[in-house]
Design a protein around this ligand. Structure first.
Ligand SMILES: *[C@@H]1O[C@H](CO)[C@@H](O)[C@H](O)[C@H]1NC(C)=O
Ligand SMILES: *[C@@H]1O[C@H](CO)[C@@H](O)[C@H](O)[C@H]1NC(C)=O
Ligand SMILES: *[C@@H]1O[C@H](CO)[C@@H](O)[C@H](O)[C@H]1NC(C)=O
Ligand SMILES: *[C@@H]1O[C@H](CO)[C@@H](O)[C@H](O)[C@H]1NC(C)=O
Length: 317
């Protein structure tokens, strides 16, 4: 009996799934290429469709190329202005770029690429990231292009997971090595596969997605051996600091740049998740712990709040 149980678990681990992979840091970021590599090594069929250029903080912006050629160079010049607005990596036909935003990449995949080049293969999971930077708190739920690729999948009825990391460096995959065990991109990729393998066979409710944020690991720490296998902790996006992008004015140059600000604590409404620890607190404990939270694209008001809100307009309805 024990033999059959372990045989079955080996078989189910080997079950190959069809995964659509995207991000917002572009198709040549070290993190997405490391995750692609590890997912393929794990036996999955992976189709990557990611922006040609850096699309951080675009949120759900729907940017589509307005001609059949790129009008500017892609990230790290891997594709250039004048190249086709979408295409494949010459070294791997399942790695695609699209000259648009993350949300548009997901649509490009479902509306164009899968019917045209993949015989309408059924996608089992949409994966986004690993982002070069964390996506913590509701302020980043809306700002993050990485999370937008995930919810663009969820709106279409596919389960999805997004990943943020603590490495802010926008690095090019050809400058990294797959064999470097302390490279954060490689550590994150292995950990991401661990949680993806649990998710591909799960029955996530149809409006739900998962958001993951990895801590500082490997070279991001003074001692690179200190954290190479972070532990998991389940929490909520709420209950902690509300962290969001802001504009910052520089009076000497009379210009603006973007920055970040910690607003007040986010308020958790009456969902059961209100008892969970905040991903903000899990992340900022900076103790080799990865936060995992669930979110949902059902944006209707929870519990009795509809009645409260409708009451404001008493007499109108
Ligand atoms: C894929 O699905 C679309 C929409 O249902 C259909 O029009 C198209 O013929 C299908 N393509 C293939 C190759 O099956
Ligand atoms: C960022 O990544 C590049 C590789 O693309 C590397 O050469 C550079 O040293 C890294 N910078 C930092 C600050 O880690
Ligand atoms: C680095 O951390 C490891 C534990 O992860 C420890 O064994 C080692 O002594 C540390 N090295 C230094 C130089 O502090
Ligand atoms: C790390 O921080 C988290 C969040 O505050 C906490 O729940 C956990 O117990 C801490 N882990 C360790 C090993 O200190």
């Amino acid at each position: 009996m024990k033999f059959f149980t372990s045989l079955l678990s080996v078989l189910s681990l080997a079950a190959c799934k069809s995964i659509l992979l995207s991000n917002d840091d572009s198709w040549v970021s070290s993190e997405i290429r490391a995750l692609y590599r590890e997912l393929v090594a794990d036996g999955h069929d992976v189709i990557m469709v990611a922006p040609a250029s850096q699309m951080s903080s675009q949120g759900g912006a729907f940017i589509v190329p307005d001609s059949s050629d790129l009008d500017s160079d892609g990230n790290f010049g891997y594709v250039s202005a004048g190249d086709p607005a979408w295409g494949q990596d010459p070294d791997d036909p399942h790695i695609w770029y699209f000259g648009g935003s993350p949300s548009a990449c997901i649509s490009f995949a479902f509306e164009y690429l899968l019917p045209k080049s993949y015989s309408n293969v059924t996608i089992d999971l949409v994966v986004s990231g690993v982002n070069q930077g964390p996506n913590i708190s509701p302020g980043y739920y809306t700002a993050s292009g990485t999370i937008s690729a995930a919810y663009s999948g969820i709106y279409r009825g596919y389960p999805a997971i997004s990943f943020g990391g603590s490495n802010l460096n926008n690095s090019f995959f050809q400058d990294s090595s797959a064999n470097d065990e302390y490279d954060p991109a490689n550590i994150y990729a292995k950990k991401a596969v661990e949680i993806i393998d649990l998710l591909v066979d799960a029955d996530l409710p149809s409006t739900v997605g998962i958001n993951v944020n990895f801590p500082e690991v490997g070279y991001l720490l003074d001692n690179e051996t200190e954290c190479t296998d972070p532990v998991w902790k389940f929490g909520t996006m709420m209950n902690g600091g509300y962290f969001a992008p802001i504009v910052k004015y520089d009076s000497s140059s009379d210009t603006f740049s973007s920055s970040y600000k910690l607003f007040k604590d986010s308020t958790c409404n009456d969902g059961s998740g209100c008892n969970l620890p905040s991903e903000y607190d899990i992340f900022w404990a900076r103790n080799c712990t990865t936060s995992v939270t669930g979110f949902q694209v059902d944006v209707s008001l929870p519990g009795s709040m509809d009645t409260t809100v409708k009451g404001i307009f008493d007499g109108l309805f």
